[in-house]
Design a protein around this ligand. Sequence first.
Ligand SMILES: Nc1ncnc2c1ncn2[C@@H]1O[C@H](COP(=O)(O)OP(=O)(O)O)[C@@H](O)[C@H]1O
Ligand SMILES: [Mg+2]
Length: 342
Amino acid sequence: MMSADEIRELLKQVKYPGFSRDIVSFGLVKAVEVNGGDVTVRVEVATKDAQVPQTIFKDVHAVLERVEGIGHAKVDIEVKDAPEAAGGAVGKSSIPGVKRIIAVASGKGGVGKSTVAANLAVALSARGLKVGLCDCDLYGPSVAQMFGTTERPDANEHDEIIPIEAHGLKLMSMGFLLEDKSPVIVRGPMATRYTQQFLRQVAWGELDVLVLDLPPGTGDIQLTIVQTVAVDGVVIVTTPQEVALIDARKAVAMFAKVNVPILGLIENMAWFEGDDGKKYYIFGEGGGVREAEDMNVPLLARIPIDLPTGRGGDEGRPVALLPASENKVSAAFHAMVAGLNV
Ligand SMILES: Nc1ncnc2c1ncn2[C@@H]1O[C@H](COP(=O)(O)OP(=O)(O)O)[C@@H](O)[C@H]1O
Ligand SMILES: [Mg+2]
């Protein structure tokens, strides 16, 4: 007879109805109990669509039926109230026309997540890829600022927002939609709803890669995002201090739990190089390197504190637009994407 873990493994064959992702990776399988020949699977799903639990029920049974030695199979599905979804039920896993979605996340704010997202997008674009950048940070959108655009997007005839184009990239940010600079005051279910709507209602067209700049932390919004679109991989940004590393660890654990592949860690603000050519480890030396080793995830890049990098962000020209020969941070981003295999 199979173990609970083996059965859980088999349940990965069951896709969430309409999604390419399975119910195990979505974290919907709450328990698998094996008692002699009897198996009980407990599934929890948040939806308003009655078809969803019915289909999952049927599909889980179908998988269990094929397992030899199971006497009685019981499938318990608890249906919870869904968050207010933009289109009613849970939507599609992928965005039509978009080949790959890469998220940039961090446990803490202010570690350079948006800086990394912007430069990663620019460096990918420099490789000849069609790239979009979506700023999912409702509370602290910064893509408008980082690309120096105050243009307001139009909608097309399908009521989708047409992204703004700058430096060869397609950009979308909550910042484009705000009248002034004040952060959106939305909480809980509303924030979830805005995020879903935002992710689904942008006319991206054909993209090789869509980079998502996620809000900091490991809360509902991050989960909403990974449940609204199928994220192919996530890059976690941290600074070398212990406080940042602790939160980076939490972010890695969260994405691992929902089965989003961790592409690796980026140690930002790793050092400052003085005019004397010496490296000053302002936030401690090698925190990100050790953390990547401990967590067994690749260390994708170490980015120093660099004045043109900070200025580039403020002035709307991400530093990766500079030739790699002129700036070390630009060089680091271009080297990193070459190794990303995107
Ligand atoms: N490597 C760096 N060198 C210099 N300034 C940086 C660097 N990384 C980020 N910054 C600056 O630090 C501030 C916070 O970065 P940001 O990318 O907005 O962080 P987050 O999105 O994590 O909140 C910004 O002003 C940005 O320009
Ligand atoms: Mg940011």
